[in-house]
Design a protein around this ligand. Structure first.
Ligand code: 2AM
Length: 174
């Protein structure tokens, strides 16, 4: 299908915090940044797909349903940043092995839908703020504990004044 840009869905797979974790992430964003990401948009990207056709969306859903992984605990206690992307983020000082394994598994099943495998090494992070001129690094922060029990497929929709993330589907971890 030769879909135009307008009828493509901008998609990504993510870990989606519950209200309790979201509130703690929002507090961290307020504390550490001047212009935080909207609390409702805080998440941890697993795999970014970008613009997808309806067929690719359907294929991604079917592929994700075949992923088998265990739930895990995340402890977010580090501030990090990317100067070029001008992003300030919160991340874990220790990464549970099951998280990168989940990402690799997702990437592999999504390759079956024709998506190119990500070349950048995966860096687990929750973006707290964008357009940050000098992102800082800091460790040993008061930790945000995040029990991860599922993952989601999200559509990014442009709305007046910004972007809104809509959870399209959710799959449990074991
Ligand atoms: P973010 O918005 O959750 O920070 C496309 O580049 C998207 O992939 C970015 O918006 C970012 O999601 C995420 N991303 C970029 N570099 C990444 C990396 N090294 N590891 C994990 N996610 C990354």
């Amino acid at each position: 299908m030769n879909a135009s840009r307008e009828n493509k869905h901008r998609l990504f797979f993510a870990l989606w915090p519950d209200d309790v974790v979201r509130m703690q992430l929002a507090c961290a964003a307020d504390h550490w940044t001047r212009c935080p990401v909207a609390a409702a948009n805080l998440h941890m990207t697993l795999v970014f797909l970008g613009g997808c056709t309806a067929e690719e969306l359907q294929c991604s859903r079917t592929a994700a349903a075949g992923v088998v992984a265990e739930g895990f605990e995340l402890t977010l206690d580090c501030l990090g940043g990317w100067s070029r992307a001008r992003v300030q983020w919160l991340g874990p000082s220790g990464v549970p092995a099951v998280l990168p394994e989940l990402v690799v598994q997702l990437q592999q099943v999504l390759a079956g839908c024709g998506f190119a495998l990500e070349q950048r090494p995966y860096v687990p992070h929750v973006t707290l703020a964008r357009k940050v001129r000098k992102p800082e690094s800091r460790s040993g922060l008061e930790a945000v504990h995040w029990p991860v029990r599922d993952f989601v497929l999200v559509e990014s929709v442009s709305v007046r004044g910004g972007v809104e993330y809509r959870v399209l589907d959710r799959w449990p971890l074991k």
